[in-house]
Structures are given as structure tokens and as C-alpha cells.
Design a protein around this ligand. Structure first.
Ligand code: 6R9
Length: 674
């Protein structure tokens, strides 16, 4: 692994991580805006107890996995997973169509539940849940197993069979984890939709997945208010022809309309359900779930994961990256509606037999100390959150964490976007008390689990770098032609070897799967991110190089927002770009050409914002709507997004404008903006 060799801690003087890949176009001259020179060695006390204890051990594992992937993954799968039928071959085929653990049979809930019931873990807390109003529920492994078995029988009773899709559109309540696991237990495929998506988004996903049943709740609590979910489901089901039944959890007690023969109460179904439901062994490659994510075109992609490979990735990465120990209380603050919640609230921690904390509400309710109150109260040891949250904590003030005893924390994690070095250092000092290693974990919905990350006991960290690839992950940074670029230069992040927890397809569109991820460089996985490797082998991921924007760590396609805008009667044309946003990482800026000059521009702005929220959901709320008589285009008619990004960010336009059709359009946009 000579090219990824970690540096000695003293040898770190020339770090120069760029922050914005967008300026580079795809893999061009990426500029550096920042000089980060600090390095943090793992605390000795941490290293002594860690699963991986030396850089040599990590390097040996990495080299082994690179040179003999089948040997490495085969041993790991035998070691970590509980099989009903052993696999006959570790791997079949190369990317894009790689199968893993061929011939094996297993069930994801056996990994997460059944195998913990034979010893002392059966009475250990599997999930400690806290609702926003402060209600707490703890489910032991035995109790969780029982609930999962019962709900599996409920689903079966409604005709759900192995391979059928079930939509889950729920708040962060234990029933969400129970429903996921119940699907997995009978081989059904869950498709979770984040509660912030709109009725239209739910209908689109129901239809794309061909979902048979939807599980929801009356609503959930967020900043003291009820977020109604069932009402959105009612609207979505008018347009979801495949969905036959909806199951409703009573959470808030809010008013709901129950349609006879279609809508059923969770508690009524569960009251009569048997707790006896043996897990159905499924093939290694049997789909475990679909999760929709944004790509560079408007239509969301149904990323589909298999069972064995995904479970192996979730279990192994949770154990190593979070250095999980039997006695740890682990809290990932993500919503289960995102991949982070799938892998690092539910499947990864439970497969390891850990105690996972789940919190329903907002971090600043009833006040900005809520997360720290939870850490103190539940004595959380491992805490995993997103840079957008860290930036919000900084803004809310040091006095909030300072009021709580955070001494139980021993490890901190970050995910979702690059973390600004300033935020990293604040997190390290104010939350970690200077003693907790930080793992900045790079990965994606498509990768299923963490790919590039420090190992907390051994990796010297540099704020803003996700450091080194995990064993079995073989990245490269290449130019547009697919040639590796020299260390220090920016380029495109690709994976040159398949890994067990990679996506298997895009649901219903295998051609798109091949095109999006493997079309640019045949046989190689293209992640869509710009990155560079410094001369010490540290990876610095800078952000998307496609038309995906990262708003508070959530992926949104600019085209998705554009489609929503042009579906409004008043809009002739729209172009959407991201711009740097202090808290969200990126904000959403919409340039809109109205069909006729608006008589009341402010009213139309408000209307368009609401329209986008209705079409996609609150998470896509535009930050700026700017009206323009024309959008700048190239002679071939392409909207010059690079220019619009400059305008949105308030930057002077740099770069080539020679193909620009109408420079006046840019000049007038600047005028509108000022
Ligand atoms: C897990 C998750 C994936 C995109 C990814 C990248 C960005 C995630 C990051 C990071 C820099 C990190 N991203 N983690 N960028 N450093 N540690 O977030 O999945 O929602 O699919 O987003 O997020 O741009 O391509 P997903």
C-alpha cells in the first residue's frame, strides 16, 4: 500500500485541501482555498483497547484485502455472519455485476436479533429510544425480537411475501426499526421514505417500487409541533395504484381519517399477532432494501442493496470505525430515512449486539442543549453526527454543551459532507473534551457502508480529511480520461475493486445503474465526488462534481428542483444551483424565467417556494428565488451553470465565457442579485 502510506505525525507540513470541487468542473484544476496543517494522533489510552491497534496491522489488512479479496472477504463473512447455508463461492463476476457469497443463505434479522438471544445479551438494551416530548422506551434484544416476529406475522397476514416491497414513511419511533426488521425477517424489501418528503414524493416512490403496503403513523413530533404523516399518505395513495393497505402507528394522537378496508391501526393488528415467526433464510443476493436517493437527473434512483454483502459491511464497519465494545452506548443522530440511519442506527449496531440510541426530535427542542442532555442522561460513549449539525451547535453557543457532563463520550464521528476544519476542531474540543478521536467517514447510499475513514485507535487524523480507505476498499483519483492523477492534484474519486456492500442495481432500471456508476469508466465505480490525495496518502473529498447538491448532508438533484419549478404555471424556465451556506453547507438558489413579468414578484417567490415544498418536501425549500428575463446559455443551448453558481455565491465570474450566447443575461442577473 505504498501510495496510501500514512505519514509519521511529524511529517505533515504541506497539507492543502481544496474545499470546492465545483469550480474545477469534473476533475479539472481544483483550486485550494485552505491550508490545514494540524494532525491529531490517536490518544494512547484509546489505542490500547482498540480492535485495530497499529498502523502496521491496518496496512497488513489493507494489503491482504487488495491482493486477495476473495480470501479476505470469505474469511470475514464466515467469521462475522451467521449462515443457514454456507456459500459456495465468495465472489462471481466483476463490476458492475458482482455477486457475493454465492449459494449462501441467511437472514438479516438472525444477525441482528436471534443470535443475541442465547446468552446474556438477550436482556441487554438493543434500542434506547427517546421521544421529543421526553418519553423514553427501552427494548431489550428479547423484546425487540418479539415485536419484530409479531409484525412479521402482521405483514404476512396482509399478503406480504418474500420479494414484495413495503414502504415505510414514519417518524423516528421504535416501530420504524421494528417494521424494517419485520420486512427483512420474511424476505420483504423495505423502502423507507424520510418523513420530510411530500405526498407527491411518496407517491412517486410507491409507484417506482411497486409497493404493496405502506406503514406510517398519525404524525411525529418536531420542535413541539406535530408533523402529520397520515394526511400525506392519504394524498399519496390516491396516486399509488399498487398499494393495497396502510398500517398506522398511533404516535401523536392527532386526528386522522381511516379509510375502511384500506387503513389499519398498528396496535390493533399487533394485539392479535403471534410472536412465533421463524426467520426466512434468503439467498445472499436477495434484496434487503431499496432506498431512493438523488442523482444528477430529476428522477430519484432506487438504490437496491442485497442481504449478505450489505450486512457484512454494516457489521464490520460499525465494529472497526466506531471501535464498538460490548458495554458501549452508541448514538447516531441521523434519521433512519437516510442510509446513515439504515446502516448505523439499525443494521450495523444491532448486528454487533450493541445498544443503539434513537431520538425522535430536533436537536434544539426544547432548547439547544437537548443532544447534550441525552448524552449525559444515557451516558453515550460513541456519538455520530453531521457537519451541518456541528455548525449549528457552534452557532448556538458553547454554553449549551458546557452545561452537561459529556465525560462518557470516547469517540466522535462525522458524515454527510466534508467537515470544515474549524468545525472539526470545535467538535474535538467542546464535545470531545480534546480526548475523543474523530472519525470523518466518507461513504454513500450506494456504498452501503463506510469506505474511507480513520480507524480511531491508529489513524493520525487531519481536520477535514477522511484519511484512508478501509481494508477491501481500493480507491483511485483519476482525470476525465480515467488516468490516475499525481498526488496532490484534484480529480474524480473512483473505486477500482468491487466490495460486498455495494449497491446491486437501481430498482427497475439496471441500464441506468450501469450507465450512472460504470458508464464513465468501464469496470470502475464512479462515485460522483471530486477528491484529492495528499502526499501522505490522505484523502480529501471535496464534494459532488455532478448536478447533485448537498443540503445539510442530504442529496438533492438540481434537476429535481428545476422540474418542480417548471411544473408551475407561471414558470417558463428554471435553473437551480447550490451556493455555499454557512449552516447547511450548500443552499438552493433558483433562477427562474417567468412566462410573463410577475405583477407581485414577492408573492410569486413565496408561491414557488411553497410549490417546491409540495412537490418534493420541506428539505428542498429554496433559499433564493431570483427572476431573470433570460438564463445564460452556450451557443448549443446549455445553461451555463458554472456562471450561475458564481452569481449565486456572489463571486466574480472566472473562466471561459467564449461560448456564451448572451453575456447580457449574466450582467442582468448580477443586477438582479445586487
Ligand atoms: C452517507 C451519506 C453521499 C455524498 C457523497 C459525498 C458526501 C458523505 C462525506 C461526504 C465528504 C464525508 N459525503 N460523507 N463528503 N466527507 N465524510 O451521506 O450518503 O446521502 O448518499 O451522500 O455525501 O458527496 O457522495 P448520501
Amino acid at each position: 500500500m505504498s501510495d496510501a502510506k500514512p505519514a509519521s505525525v511529524a511529517d505533515q507540513a504541506d497539507i492543502d485541501p481544496p474545499r470546492d470541487a465545483r469550480d474545477a468542473g469534473a476533475g479539472g484544476n481544483i483550486e485550494s482555498h485552505l491550508h490545514e496543517e494540524r494532525t491529531f494522533a490517536p490518544p494512547e489510552a484509546f489505542t490500547r483497547g482498540a480492535h485495530i491497534q497499529s498502523m502496521e496491522q491496518y496496512e497488513a489488512l489493507w494489503n491482504r484485502a487488495k491482493d486477495d479479496p476473495e480470501g479476505y472477504w470469505g474469511e470475514t463473512a464466515n467469521d462475522l455472519l451467521t449462515w443457514d447455508t454456507d456459500f459456495a463461492a465468495v465472489k462471481r463476476g466483476e463490476m458492475p455485476d458482482t455477486e457475493w457469497f454465492v449459494g449462501g443463505k441467511l437472514n438479516a434479522t438472525v444477525q441482528c436479533l436471534d443470535r443475541h438471544l442465547t446468552g446474556a445479551r438477550k436482556n441487554k438494551a438493543a434500542i434506547i429510544w427517546e421521544g421529543e416530548p421526553g418519553d423514553v422506551r427501552t427494548l431489550t434484544y428479547l423484546q425487540l425480537h418479539r415485536e419484530v416476529c409479531k409484525f412479521s406475522n402482521v405483514l404476512r397476514g396482509l399478503g406480504v411475501e418474500a420479494g414484495d416491497r413495503v414502504t415505510l414513511y414514519m417518524p423516528m419511533i421504535p416501530e420504524l426499526a421494528i417494521a424494517m426488521l419485520a420486512c427483512a425477517r420474511i424476505g420483504a424489501v423495505h423502502s423507507i421514505i424520510f418523513g420530510g418528503f411530500s405526498a407527491d414524493a411518496v407517491a412517486d416512490r410507491n409507484n417506482d417500487a411497486g409497493a404493496k403496503v405502506i406503514v406510517t403513523a398519525d404524525g411525529g413530533w418536531r420542535r413541539g409541533k406535530e408533523i402529520p404523516l397520515k394526511a400525506a399518505v392519504d394524498e399519496a395513495l390516491e396516486k399509488s395504484s399498487t398499494v393495497q393497505k396502510s398500517i398506522v402507528v398511533r404516535r401523536t394522537g392527532g386526528d386522522v381519517t381511516m379509510t375502511p378496508d384500506r387503513d389499519l391501526w398498528w396496535h390493533e393488528l399487533m394485539a392479535d399477532a403471534s410472536a412465533d415467526c421463524p426467520a426466512v433464510p434468503v439467498d445472499s443476493e436477495h434484496p434487503l432494501f431499496i432506498l431512493y436517493t438523488s442523482g444528477s437527473t430529476g428522477k430519484p434512483k432506487g438504490v437496491r442493496h442485497g442481504t449478505a454483502g450489505y450486512m457484512l459491511g454494516a457489521q464490520l464497519t460499525t465494529k472497526w470505525v466506531f471501535d464498538l465494545k460490548e458495554e458501549d452506548t452508541y448514538w447516531c443522530t441521523a434519521d433512519i430515512g437516510w442510509i446513515t440511519g439504515h446502516s448505523y442506527i439499525v443494521y450495523g449496531p444491532l448486528a454487533n449486539g450493541a445498544t443503539t440510541v434513537m431520538y425522535e426530535g430536533a436537536p434544539n427542542w426544547p432548547d439547544p442543549g437537548r443532544f447534550w442532555e441525552l448524552v449525559e442522561k444515557h451516558r453515550v460513549n460513541i456519538f455520530y453526527t453531521a457537519p451541518t449539525a456541528v455548525r449549528a451547535f457552534i452557532k448556538w453557543g458553547d454554553e449549551w454543551p458546557a452545561q452537561y457532563d459529556l465525560s462518557s463520550l470516547r469517540l466522535l464521528g462525522s458524515v454527510g459532507e466534508p467537515i470544515n476544519p474549524e468545525a472539526w476542531v470545535w467538535y474535538h474540543e467542546k464535545i470531545g473534551g480534546g480526548r475523543c478521536p474523530i472519525v470523518d467517514t466518507w461513504w454513500q447510499t450506494e456504498t452501503g457502508g463506510i469506505m474511507i475513514s480513520p480507524l480511531p485507535g491508529v489513524t493520525p487524523t487531519k481536520p477535514g480529511s477522511c484519511t484512508f480507505p478501509l481494508p477491501g476498499v481500493v480507491p483511485k483519483i483519476v482525470n476525465e480520461q480515467g488516468e490516475e492523477v499525481p498526488d496532490g492534484e484534484g480529480g474524480l474519486l473512483v473505486m477500482t475493486q468491487p466490495w460486498p456492500h455495494m449497491l446491486r442495481t437501481l430498482h427497475g432500471d439496471h441500464a441506468r445503474f450501469k450507465d450512472v456508476y460504470f458508464g464513465k469508466f468501464p469496470g470502475i465505480y464512479f462515485a460522483g465526488d471530486g477528491a484529492r490525495k495528499d502526499k501522505n496518502g490522505y484523502y480529501w473529498v471535496m464534494g459532488r462534481v455532478d448536478d447533485v447538491i448537498n443540503v445539510s448532508g442530504h442529496r438533492l438533484s438540481t434537476m429535481e428542483v428545476e422540474s418542480a419549478l417548471v411544473s408551475h404555471d407561471a414558470v417558463a424556465e428554471a435553473a437551480v444551483v447550490g451556493f455555499p451556506h454557512e449552516l447547511k453547507g450548500e443552499g438552493i438558489c433558483c433562477f427562474v424565467t417567468p412566462k410573463t413579468e410577475p405583477t407581485d414578484p414577492e408573492a410569486l417567490q413565496a408561491e414557488l417556494i411553497q410549490h417546491v415544498r409540495n412537490q418534493i418536501g420541506a428539505l428542498a425549500t429554496p433559499d433564493q428565488i431570483r427572476f431573470a428575463a433570460a438564463l445564460p446559455k452556450t451557443r448549443s443551448g446549455k445553461i451555463m451553470r458554472r456562471l450561475l453558481r458564481d452569481v449565486a455565491a456572489g463571486r466574480e465570474t472566472t473562466g471561459d465565457t467564449s461560448t456564451l450566447e448572451d453575456l447580457n443575461a449574466v450582467a442582468s442577473l448580477r443586477k438582479e442579485a445586487s
